[in-house]
Design a protein around this ligand. Structure first.
Ligand code: UD1
Ligand code: CA
Length: 470
């Protein structure tokens, strides 16, 4: 059965108050119109044409060349929008799915169910996707005959007081027999409250032709359209909850569904625990038995099994198995941490590879460097990778011990099994098994304090007296 889709996306989305097309705004990390395209593909409909308007470039950037586009020069209504697709539809048999481009909650199951009704009832010219709305104001209403069959759709502005009481609404999602859709579009007129060509009028036209129209009543949430920032937020929340539910069904423990945000492309292994306040975005992939959180943000990060990441931020990097990250670590792009690495408080890693069992527990910066196995960074070690002009890193070989508060100035090599004394500034290579001390020698001046009358105890007593006076 030939099935194609027309997606109406020419609206300029004024109510969104954005420089961008409404349909490229993101819901759970994916542009709204991409959700629609994906639902169609999942339902087996890859032949898609998008009716686009002024901001068409942004939509083309999102969907690419695998779908077709038609430019609607003037916005004369939803019927007019679909009319623009007539050259695309002509000569096709089978069914045309019509969807609004601003409704990301539409699912493949909904599309499937409506298609099935159409296929099972060959006397149906179309199947409407409808829903019972808690507050139907503003929507087109489904008017049914006494026997329950669909009679027509009336727009809110054209509805009589009795019609306004109907709570079954038009979602603006339809399945049409393609040839009958073309025939009805050719007969639309713009004589209504908004002087627009209403796609909804095709239903009455087809019924007057003697055809029947079916309806698939779906969950109202699945029809939700996005017109403003508030609805964008609400849809994001609903979508997020669905994503979290899917992960929980797969064995991921999410501690707090209200403070956890996971984008649609994220994968998480079984028995991993996500603590409150985490944001997992991009194509992040987390293994099994990990503990993530609280307040961790992972953007395009690969995390191996059994790793713990506590209150940290990581972006476009790879973290191995059984690593300990955080609290307050920052792992920046192009970093690779192999298995069993420990990165602790206020440690930043950028564009560096760190081999297994290496530890940097506190206040360290590792940039543009190659770090071997079982290296120990003391507190406050800095790889000085920037000379004000160029970036370059260091090579730190296996088993190196770097004492606290040392500067490793690029591009030195710290040889295998070597030591760096605490407080050193290292500007030359250190040979394997060697010890480098790069600091000035300590000087002692005996009795200096007494000679200079600089006893601090006296000062403290004075301070205390002053405070009591106040
Ligand atoms: C439409 C339906 C209404 C339904 C509601 C569901 C009609 C006449 N009314 O009303 O029954 O309850 O959706 O949300 O169809 N568009 C174009 N070109 C145009 C006009 C619209 O591409 O010339 C696109 C819009 O970008 C949007 C979609 O069509 O994605 C729906 O248009 P909109 O103006 O939002 O229709 P509603 O008044 O909401
Ligand atoms: Ca709308």
């Amino acid at each position: 059965m030939e099935v194609c889709a027309v997606v109406m996306a020419a609206g300029d989305g004024k109510r969104m108050r954005s420089k961008h097309s409404k349909v490229v705004q993101h819901v759970a990390g994916k542009p709204i119109v991409q959700w629609v395209a994906d639902a169609l593909c999942e339902a087996g409909c890859t032949e898609q044409v998008y009716i686009v308007g002024e901001k068409q470039e942004e939509i083309r950037d999102v969907l690419g060349e695998s779908v077709a586009y038609v430019f609607q020069e003037q916005r004369l209504g939803t019927g007019h929008a679909v009319m623009q697709a007539t050259p695309f539809l002509e000569g096709r048999s089978g069914y045309t799915i019509v969807l609004p481009g601003d409704s990301p909650m539409v699912s493949a199951e909904t599309i499937h169910a409506a298609l099935k009704i159409a296929e099972d009832n060959q006397d149906f010219a179309a199947v409407l996707i409808t829903a019972k709305a808690p507050n139907p104001a503003g929507y087109g209403r489904i008017i049914r005959n006494a026997d329950g069959s669909v009679a027509k759709i009336v727009e809110d502005r054209d509805a009589s007081p009795e019609e306004k009481l109907v709570d079954e609404i038009n979602s603006s999602m339809y399945v049409f027999k393609t040839t009958l859709l073309i025939s009805a579009l050719g007969r639309l007129s713009a004589q209504n409250a908004q002087n627009e060509y209403y796609l909804t009028d095709t239903i009455e036209i087809l019924i007057n032709d003697g055809y029947k129209v079916g309806a698939y009543v779906c969950d109202f949430e699945d029809t939700m359209g996005i017109n403003n920032r508030m609805q964008l937020m609400e849809a994001s929340k609903i979508m997020n909850r669905r994503i979290l539910e899917k992960h929980m069904a797969n064995g991921v423990q999410i501690v707090d569904i209200d403070s956890t945000w996971i984008h649609s492309g994220v994968e998480i292994g079984m028995d991993t625990i996500i603590l409150p306040g985490c944001t997992l975005i991009g194509n992040t992939v987390i293994g099994e038995d990990c503990i993530i959180g609280e307040n961790t943000r992972l953007n395009c990060v690969q995390v191996g099994d059994g790793t713990t990441i506590d209150s940290s931020i990581a972006t476009e990097c790879i973290i191995g198995k059984e690593c300990r990250i955080g609290p307050f670590s920052h792992i920046r792009p192009d970093s690779i941490l192999k298995d069993n690495v420990t990165i602790g408080a206020y440690v930043e890693v950028k564009n560096s590879t760190i081999d297994v069992y290496t530890r940097a527990r506190h206040l360290t910066y590792i940039g543009d460097s190659q770090v071997g196995k079982n290296v120990n960074f003391g507190c406050g070690v800095v790889t000085c990778n920037y000379d004000g002009q160029d970036k370059a890193g260091c090579v730190i070989e296996d088993n190196v011990f770097i004492g606290g508060n040392s500067n490793i100035v690029s591009t030195v090599v710290l040889g295998k099994d070597s030591y760096v004394a605490a407080g050193s500034t290292i500007t030359d290579d250190v040979p394997p098994l060697g010890l480098a001390i790069g600091r000035s020698r300590q000087v002692i001046k005996d009795e200096w304090v007494a000679r200079k009358n600089r006893l601090r105890g006296a000062h403290y007593i004075q301070l205390d007296r002053k405070r009591n006076e106040v």
